[in-house]
Design a protein. Sequence first.
Length: 528
Amino acid sequence: MARLIPDINPDTIKNYGERAFYEAAKKLPDEYTVMYSYAYKQDESVWEIDFVITHPALGFATVEVKNGYVSYHQGQWLEDYQGTYRPLHKNPVEQAKRAMHNILRKYGEKGFGYFPLKVRYAVAFPESTSISGDLPADLTENSIFLFADLDNLELKLLGLFDGKDRRHDREERILVDKILAPSFKVSTRLDHQIEMFKSKATKVLAEEQERILRETELDKRKIFLGAAGTGKTFLAMEKAQRLSNEGKKVFLTCYNRNLARYVLSERLRGVIVGNFHDYLEEFLGLHTPLDNLQQYYDEELPNQAFDYFSNGSSEEKFDAIVVDEGQDFKEAWVTVLESMLKDDGEFYIFADPDQNLFNTDSANTWKMEISKHRLTRNLRNTEAINDWITRFVPREYLQPILHGGLPVSYFPWKDEAEEKRLIEREIGRLVSQGISPKRITILSPHRKEKSSLANVDRIKEWTLEDISERGTGLKFSTIRSFKGLEADIVFLIGIKESQVCTKQDVYVGGSRARYLLYIFYHHDWSVI
């Protein structure tokens, strides 16, 4: 069977003659290539020839197909139309000749030199059965294909070419692959793709922020519930900034110190920003004890703060409090925050109950008798990563906005040495594609000294830095320390069954990736 370009269902060809010729050409032996509906440019006009047939021991022939009954009289081509003959719109022989010469000229202009095989042109009348009269000088019986010729098209082609010559496979392949059916793709560097996604995400995030805050601006106490990527942190920041711009005293708080330090505090003006416990210590003038830290943070410090603010003056309290990552707050801590508000103060909580990595007793918080708003549009992750996240949260709670993206990549390993080799290899591949190392963040359920990268300060020639460092190298963090943050590319490593690597940890860690997610997991762990 011949190679057809394009290889389509003949039934989709509406023109009967072209469809009949296509079906006949398909039956040619394997060495033939048949190009259907070849378009080319000449003299600033775009032309088309119905078929180009090539063979490495023949050459190529251009064939123009005409339906119905056609005749030639006194230098003019005519067609039978409702019982009378009228001039054809185009001369079929000239169409075939023009295409033949254009292809031959293009072969030379492309720098391939002289085409060593024969070139021919022909016309086909699949609905006609015989020839009568005298042919014009530019046609022979061999260059006219009739109904019966379609039953043995190769025999007719051999007559058109006067038999086969020495094979020229290379030149015939060049003709097909470089002239008749060239291939191209529009692409961009991987880091440029990321920038395009980021540009779209920024625009969508701004639009979504405006819509949600405008729709909920009359609510003075509200809980916003949303899965990872729904823009909770950015909404919390924008809400706090708008309240501050109104002249209100605003406190924006969270549990994760890194989130407070590297995101919230750097982007807001006039807003008091801080980790919940750090702020209480500083305000009350207390110092962290050397022992019993769990009891101190869970009970003693919050209790002292509650006692102080419950009896404190209104001037020391806030007009509005905004809580990010609210699922990390124990119910008693929420009570403390309420005591820090003025009587008519505004209170907003942004949370994802599925990210409760610290097992806080926050369930009753979601039962508070205040308005709730569910966020369902994923403003952070590409569609490919969003689909992965929906393994952990209901799909209806997380709809992708950034369509497309590269699929999540999985790398099973049997021991830490193998994992380390895989990490080095994949980072090398990304950097070789133009990715800046600072775009890559490595997240692990374990501290670095307990991971496969223990005692590693460089991966190949690129430095490996803690997220607190502001260099241009690769970044490393535990999943829990990175909660609430995000990165362009995440390497989720050390994924294996343990008390510090739960299904929630995998969800939180993987959902930090905006555009690319690589997961390195122990080969027998079923969560992946």
